[in-house]
Design a protein around this ligand. Sequence first.
Ligand SMILES: O=C(O)c1ccccc1N[C@@H]1O[C@H](COP(=O)(O)O)[C@@H](O)[C@H]1O
Length: 213
Amino acid sequence: MSLLVKICGLSTRETLQTALDAGADMVGFVFFPPSPRHLALEMGRDLGRQVKRRALKVALTVDADDATLDNIMDALSPDIFQLHGKESVARLRDIKGRFGRPVMKAVPVETAADLAALPGYASVADRILFDARAPKDATRPGGLGAPFDWHLLDNLELRLPYMVSGGLHAQNVAEALRITRAGGVDVSSGVESAPGVKDPELIEAFIRAARAT
Ligand SMILES: O=C(O)c1ccccc1N[C@@H]1O[C@H](COP(=O)(O)O)[C@@H](O)[C@H]1O
């Protein structure tokens, strides 16, 4: 299967267009107010229309309640929910049942013990996203530009498709893919000039580097 490349945290028409034209498979929109990439619903609606099925629309949420997800469904009509909080297996099942969309569960990784949560999530999620565990005092659980030790996935046995994220950029994405054998990569900080400010050239360079592997 071909590599999936996701550009996350898009918040302007221009940088979304760059990601689409450069061939991103998934474009991510953040609905989490503490994030510098947080999108108001109306902006989500506008950007969602611009996608025109050229890529999968991913709605990133963090422990969101049903009312929030209802509003996101109405505005963006995402193809996938990326659940980046402490959502339980039961909550994943609820969300899938209620909204009828696939879910990608982010699993924070710092040590091998973090992989113990996988069998539960794998029984319900459609895809797993391995991301670096955020420090305890962080204001958000991801999007911090920090990598995890990719070798922690060395003995991974997972039937589900999985992606990796955390501190990726054009210079290290090939190495991340070589070590983790992931089917996809996800980036936010590594294609920005400042938190929340996407850089078109970095987006293009990232997609080129990922595709060259
Ligand atoms: O991007 C954010 O602000 C964000 C907020 C809350 C949870 C996750 C977030 N982003 C995701 O984090 C990873 C890693 O991002 P980075 O490349 O290290 O900046 C990625 O999956 C983003 O989708």
